[in-house]
Write a protein that binds this ligand. Structure first.
Ligand code: ATP
Length: 598
């Protein structure tokens, strides 16, 4: 048996007005503001734990001076004890810092991801049909990660660099103030020089990363095409395409390695030559007595030069991480601030549905109001269904059948006209409460990675085993389910990959049955099944529709001959409406379609 997932502990959703993607820095400030006390603890512990870095050159200088100037040995012990204490304190302080910062950053990442998922559930189906699922997925996974990385690196590296720079300059200012102006000019200049050399590397790294991404999409393309490739004996061609990209990645990689070697070494030489110049320069100053500088100060200044230059380069290297992170804050804002929501709050909740549906002169056009390419998909449609009636929609591809179903589910709202549920305008209803009484059996049955039982009871709580078995039985699915190794506990693959098309459809019917809906929306599958499968499904469907208001899009006229009303659609309008016999007698569009299909 698979374990039920525990309810995750997710930080509360940031209020939408807090988010302003156009102003990422302010947005981050607002999102982090509830964490200010924890952030303060993190910064204070970081400064304390990081102090050895800038105290080390100072204490080395003190120890050296004890030796060179034969000062009392007690100074040596004091300096050593101070440094040792600071070093040992690093462990608990580091743990406190990691806990505080980790809690803040992971919490923020989780909050953003959860807010994105929640927003996706609120956004209209129109938005989802315009936006690719992988784009949304990238926002939840990669953009949230980029924000986390930015915060973590700014905290770890940025804070370290700032603390080192400030601490180092304060120590120099106190001990050898005459050297402070030199450091203030030379250190940033050296940092910039080193960064310029590394800049070339960044461009090349970026180029290489893109090549690798190209390779990954090539491999993805190759794997998805494997059945077609193999069926046509095109293995050689497919491998050729991948190998060409692999070759490019290889030569790009070698070029990058060489460049890394060249510029890495150059940057190292520049940094250390400047450090050497600093050492010799300060030694000369001390040697000739031009300024009051001790031997210890010479070593300290040389140590500080390398550390401080390193800090400047670290700060400069954070720029791309920062811009990527801020860009991701903006990108997440595109979803969190998207106004195309399904608005339900404050609307009437319903606790029961009888199942009477009336379309009153309903029209619908896709696209923005006033747009030139606006297309009327449903044009002044009026039709009614009483409880227990089946309305079948037929017509050519693009005639508007799916649009009528989407209007019925409330995925889209009429551009004009009204849809009434049991006499109430659906525009006044909280659609989420209405949809508890609706079941949809889509054209392509969608199953998720989970057991058959979980798939059938999706979203419902406390459905007994008996109810599940009864639904499977009525859907003509029990026999094949029982023959599976673990029965209803058998795990079906993502999108039900391990089941046949007909089996998946019967599970979708069982899912609809278990919900015991009042309104049923069926989009008949277009893919042809063998006669036996077809018969099993028709039998299951006839049990499913009994006593319910049903809207069905039929692609095979044979399946809807018993419908109470057949609506023939043509270019968004109702061309004809009636029972099968009436429409055949009329000899119109339906009769012609019927003859053509035979
Ligand atoms: N999301 C959309 N955005 C813009 N136009 C759309 C959209 N969905 C459908 N249309 C257009 O609306 C019209 C009606 O489409 P609809 O999908 O309702 O037809 P259908 O009868 O269900 O077709 P099929 O049998 O092929 O599914 C078509 O012209 C189609 O191009």
């Amino acid at each position: 048996m698979r374990q039920k997932q525990p309810t995750p502990r997710v930080a509360s959703l940031p209020a939408d007005h807090v988010y302003s993607g156009q102003n990422p820095v302010r947005t981050l400030g607002r999102l982090l503001s509830p964490e200010l006390p924890r952030l303060t603890v993190a910064v204070v512990t970081f400064v304390a734990k990081h102090s050895p870095i800038w105290l080390l050159p100072l204490i080395t200088a003190v120890i050296l001076d004890v030796v060179v100037e034969h000062r009392p040995v007690s100074e040596l012990w004091t300096a050593t004890a101070v440094l040792l204490a600071i070093l040992l304190l690093n462990f608990p302080l580091h743990l406190v810092y990691v806990r505080c910062m980790g809690t803040i950053v992971r919490g923020l990442g989780t909050m953003l991801r959860s807010a994105l998922c929640a927003r996706m559930q609120q956004l209209s189906i129109g938005y989802h049909s315009r936006t690719s699922a992988s784009v949304l997925q990238a926002k939840v996974i990669r953009d949230a990660e980029a924000v986390e990385q930015m915060l973590m690196q700014c905290a770890d590296l940025g804070l370290a660099a700032v603390v080192t720079l400030v601490g180092g300059l304060v120590v120099i200012g106190l001990r050898v103030p005459s050297f402070l102006p030199v450091f203030l000019i030379v250190v940033p200049a050296a940092g910039l020089l080193v960064m310029r050399l590394r800049g070339r590397l960044r461009d090349q790294n970026e180029l290489f990363r893109r090549r690798v991404e190209q390779l990954s999409s090539r491999v993805g393309e190759m794997t998805s095409l494997i059945p077609i490739t193999r069926a046509h004996g095109l293995e050689h061609a497919a491998l050729g395409r991948v190998n060409a990209t692999l070759d490019e990645v290889r030569s790009e990689g070698i070029r990058l390695d060489l460049l890394n070697g060249r510029f890495g070494s150059l940057a190292w030489i520049v940094l250390n030559t400047l450090g050497l110049l600093c050492l010799t320069g300060s030694a000369l100053v001390a040697y000739h007595g031009w300024l009051p500088v001790t031997a210890g100060d010479v070593v300290m200044l040389s140590g500080f030069f390398t550390i401080l230059t390193g800090s400047v380069t670290t700060l400069l290297s954070l720029a791309p991480v920062l811009s990527k992170g801020l860009e991701s804050v903006r990108s997440i804002g595109e979803v969190l601030q998207e106004p195309d929501l399904e608005r339900n709050t404050g609307k009437e909740q319903i606790s029961s549905v009888e199942g009477r549906i009336d379309f009153e002169n309903v029209s619908f056009a896709y696209g923005e109001p006033g747009a030139a390419d606006r297309e009327v998909a449903v044009d002044r449609v009026s039709l009614s269904a009483r409880r227990g009636e089946t309305v079948a929609l037929v017509g050519a591809s693009g005639a508007g059948k799916s649009t009528v179903l989407n209007l019925l589910i409330g995925f889209i709202r009429p551009t004009s006209g009204r849809i009434l549920l049991d006499g109430t305008d659906m525009a006044r209803l909280d659609l989420r409460s209405y949809r508890r009484f609706v079941s949809v059996v889509p054209q392509e049955s969608i199953l998720f990675e989970g057991t058959i039982e979980e798939n059938v009871t999706y979203g419902l709580r406390d459905v007994g085993k008996d109810a599940v078995r009864q639904a499977l039985q009525d859907a003509n699915a029990l026999e094949f389910v029982d023959s599976l190794p673990h029965g209803v506990d058998t795990v079906v693959g993502e999108r039900g990959a391990r089941l046949s098309g007909g089996q998946k459809q019967r599970l979708a019917i069982a899912r609809a049955l278990v919900r015991d809906p009042r309104v049923l929306v069926l989009d008949e599958a277009t893919s042809a099944l063998d006669n036996h499968s077809e018969a099993l499904i028709q039998q299951a469907l006839s049990r499913l529709v009994r006593g319910r208001t049903v809207f069905v899009v039929a692609h095979r006229l044979s399946t809807i001959q018993d419908a109470d009303r057949i609506v023939v659609m043509d270019h968004g309008r109702i061309a004809e409406m009636g029972t099968h016999d009436e429409l055949i007698d009329r000899g119109g569009l339906y009769a012609r379609m019927h003859t053509a299909k035979r």
